[in-house]
Design a protein around this ligand. Sequence first.
Ligand code: NAG
Ligand code: NAG
Ligand code: NAG
Ligand code: NAG
Ligand code: NAG
Length: 368
Amino acid sequence: MATSPIVTAIIYTALAILLLLFLSSSNQPHSRHRRLKLRPPPSSSSDRHRPPIPFDPIISNIEQKREDRQWERTHFHLDSDGDDHAPGHEAQPEWEDFMDAEDYINDEERFNVTHRIQLLFPKIDVAPADGFASADELAEWNFQIALREVMHRTSRDMELHDKNKDGFVALGEYDPPSWSRRDDEDNTSSSYNMGWWKEDHFNASDVDGNGLLNLTEFNDFLHPADSTNPKLIQWLCKEEIRERDQDKDGKLDFQEFFRGLFDSIRNYDEVHNESDTSETAPAKKLFQDLDKDNDGFLSEDELKAVIGNLHPSEHYYAKQQADYALSQADTDKDGRLTLTEMIEHPYVFYSSIFNDEDDDDDFHDEFR
Ligand SMILES: *[C@@H]1O[C@H](CO)[C@@H](O)[C@H](O)[C@H]1NC(C)=O
Ligand SMILES: *[C@@H]1O[C@H](CO)[C@@H](O)[C@H](O)[C@H]1NC(C)=O
Ligand SMILES: *[C@@H]1O[C@H](CO)[C@@H](O)[C@H](O)[C@H]1NC(C)=O
Ligand SMILES: *[C@@H]1O[C@H](CO)[C@@H](O)[C@H](O)[C@H]1NC(C)=O
Ligand SMILES: *[C@@H]1O[C@H](CO)[C@@H](O)[C@H](O)[C@H]1NC(C)=O
């Protein structure tokens, strides 16, 4: 007996729908097993494993407060008997702050991630406000948050170094941080062994040439790669060359470039060309690209094109993070995010830990 083609069609359709339902339900994030987490404060300014830029200004503020407290403890409490607190701040145990804040952001009633994303979306989608968060808009959002954090740290650093409290840092007031002096075994890193914290670094930062750095200039001094000050960028290029310039002619030939610099240039697109098989071919190509006047040497000016890859700036990290968010949340692969796509992937924006290995956590949650 032959089944009617209609019945067959119905059976197959039903099976297909069941399969789809199964697939989509297994794709849902298990939000009950996630816990939003705060970053541990950076252990020092030389921390090269850069933690992600927080997506949400509230998270950024919590982390900043926590970092400030640790900073106060480090710099104001060490040489006293404990009664020398910075004015207006109650000393509080770090652990308690941390737990309180983490409980707060994991309390759906008080910190509703969906609602936060709804609130933030129009602030991200501004150029133009078209209902889509583009890669550039996301990168700019990250960048603005990162800039705020960097500036905040700089003003804290300024408090330390501005010994006479006139609001400026003079060269004599500045003690180079220990990491700029130490001989790190990883001396391939370009931040080390450079002429940092020397007078020409100071002078390049001192835009108005009055021998004093104000907050903006001091921030540029600490973060030259993020600066728009052309004198500082030039100084950075000069230092990069001085470091590797074995024959001291003030420029890099291919060997100096290949041995000293090439590996440190991160994420330069042309480098990753699979069709090049020989080991030096990508380096040769990049060298030729950079050597605009084709004289066989890289000058300070020619190095400017990759200085941002050598010293990843906040722009670099902001972009990297935006690209990551897109790669994870852009369900329809149109190269931009809608509010819905963002709400459906909250953990791309709010970092979290899985609690899967510890199911007891859910049990305890009931009693909070
Ligand atoms: C979180 O916010 C969304 C949108 O504003 C709302 O629909 C949802 O009910 C809220 N959840 C809780 C637990 O308050
Ligand atoms: C880096 O350190 C190693 C061992 O400490 C040393 O042999 C090498 O010459 C150093 N390289 C530079 C560029 O200073
Ligand atoms: C830095 O600038 C001061 C004047 O503000 C000048 O006296 C000094 O020679 C300069 N130093 C260097 C290394 O350029
Ligand atoms: C610091 O000085 C520079 C150069 O004169 C100026 O452009 C900048 O606005 C000043 N920054 C602050 C915070 O006063
Ligand atoms: C990779 O390198 C080869 C040979 O140098 C070149 O022909 C090709 O266009 C390059 N591909 C890309 C994507 O840059």
